[in-house]
Write a protein that binds this ligand. Structure first.
Ligand code: FRU
Length: 480
């Protein structure tokens, strides 16, 4: 009898814990990002409803539960305590009118806020009400709310809060403007359905329900964001940034009703796969943290289609070209650091011999480095380097001062003779942050599966590696 019991226990352990839903298999398919957000299966596009409440970062996203292509939009939902480890929750926002159509009444992009002072009167218990503002396609701007920390959602009874107009309006982003005491909504619109009018409209409201159109800024497309940010870290000297879905932005002033640009349009990201950005509402430390969809990424034979960028902190710095939005990965990336190397003051000569990164390899790597280009014509990295295939090159042209990777090109000027690069490599993406995030390039790629070497190279002359840290990264995904 005792033996029988032991055998049963042993078999249960084998099947239930080791051979069953093993941690190793979860989120480990060959093109599955290891620390970027992806849905378990099916299509995902824009991040939606980014809000922090009660110790949880909420990430909603455009999601098609029916397949791996766009359409039938619902809001998927996940939460995280640290912006690194995500827990999937059930679908949050369904199409309106019980729509089964690919487009009509489906739940397009939008935002979320915490109704701190119960302005809507929707609060029920002690928890603050979470509100999401979203576009119901061909049905206007709508509101849904949750009184249980975002676990269940109810559509507001008197929707739409802004009726449908044939001029193509979508993607509301709502925030509180303290000086005017108004709630503000930035909404993508194309008045008179004329492409030259497309841009971002500003609406205001006292009660979060009735909205009044105040102004319109042309020249932007989809997924607007508008936020106040200290210039050079000085909280007494703030500017406003107006940003469209492409990542193009302008810096200026905002009086609660109208945005007045003070710069020409600038580019936040020079990569091929950066779109539909949004910043977190109620970020606890007052920082501005942004997420974007890596539009255009490919994931052959995977159960999912779509990947988010790594969450990044934004700041505004005065540079030669005026106030510039800079972007850097949130510090929590360091919690995934595994084996690493640190190098200081290494003079590198041309040729692949003596690769200073030979100790580090893999498909998830974090690099931070400072270089003096010295006499080199160019230098850089090769990631996912193999014996047969060269891999993917990150190249800095020291003469032209051009950074290139996966078809992205950007001018990166040395500061006091030095250029800085921070690089996040994941299974299907490369994000490069140059000169403390002044120039950023986010790109997707499909590497050769088993090629995992990492190489540093220089060409034409010597380069001085002033400081370099490189770490292999652990996966942030574990089965429940
Ligand atoms: C941007 C976008 C939004 C829209 C959503 C629909 O990628 O086109 O404008 O709300 O995607 O999925």
């Amino acid at each position: 009898m005792r033996y029988l019991l032991l055998i049963i226990i042993a078999l249960t352990f084998k099947d239930g814990c080791l051979a069953g839903k093993s941690d190793k298999k979860y989120y480990d398919e060959k093109y599955r990002p290891q620390y970027h957000f992806t849905p378990e299966k099916n299509w995902m596009n824009d991040p939606n409803g980014l809000v922090y409440y009660g110790g949880e970062y909420h990430l909603f996203y455009q999601y098609n539960p029916n397949g791996k292509e766009w359409g039938f939009m619902h809001w998927g939902h996940a939460i995280s305590k640290d912006l690194i480890h995500w827990e999937h929750l059930p679908l949050a926002i369904m199409p309106d009118e019980d729509s089964k159509d690919k487009n009509h009444a489906t739940a397009f992009s939008g935002c979320a806020i915490v109704d701190e002072n119960n302005t809507t009167g929707l609060q029920q218990g002690a928890e603050k009400t979470l509100l999401v503002f979203y576009t119901s396609w061909e049905c206007g701007q709508r509101l849904a709310y949750s009184t249980d920390k975002g676990r269940t959602w109810t559509k507001y009874a008197k929707n739409p809060i802004i009726p449908f107009a044939k001029d193509d309006a979508r993607d509301p982003k709502v925030f509180f403007h303290r000086p005017s005491g108004n709630w503000v909504m930035a909404l993508y619109r194309k008045p008179e359905n004329d492409a030259k009018n497309q841009g971002i409209s500003i609406y205001t409201s006292k009660n979060l329900i009735d909205w009044e159109l105040q102004s319109h800024t042309t020249g932007f497309y989809e997924c607007p964001d508008l936020f106040e940010v200290p210039l050079d870290g000085d909280k007494a000297k703030t500017k406003w940034v107006l940003l469209g879905g492409t990542g193009e932005y302008q810096v200026g002033t905002f009086d609660g009703k109208k945005f007045e640009p003070e710069t020409k349009k600038k580019i936040l990201d020079y990569g091929k796969n950066f779109y539909a950005t949004q910043t977190w509402a109620n970020q606890p430390d007052g920082k501005i943290v942004q997420l974007a969809w890596m539009k255009g990424g490919e994931y052959p034979d995977m159960p999912f289609c779509g990947q988010m960028t790594f969450p990044c902190e934004l700041s505004l710095k005065t540079t030669k070209s005026g106030p510039t939005l800079c972007k850097k990965p949130v510090n929590a990336i360091a919690t995934l650091h595994d084996k690493g190397v640190v190098k200081k003051k290494k003079n590198i000569i041309p040729g692949l011999r003596g690769n200073i990164l030979s100790g580090i390899s893999g498909d998830a790597i974090h690099i931070k480095a400072v270089f003096n280009p010295e006499s080199s014509d160019g230098f850089g990295f090769i990631v996912r380097n193999g014996k047969k295939e060269i891999g993917t090159e990150i190249r800095y042209d020291s003469n032209k001062k051009i950074l290139e990777c996966l078809g992205g090109r950007a001018f990166v000027e040395p500061v006091n003779g030095l250029v800085r690069f921070e690089i996040l490599l994941d299974r299907t993406s490369i994000e490069i942050f140059a000169n403390d995030g002044e120039v950023v390039m986010s790109s997707c790629f499909v590497p050769t599966e088993n090629d995992k070497e990492l190489t540093f190279w220089t060409q034409g002359g010597e380069v001085m590696v002033e400081d370099l840290e490189a770490y292999e990264l652990k996966s942030s995904w574990k089965a429940k």
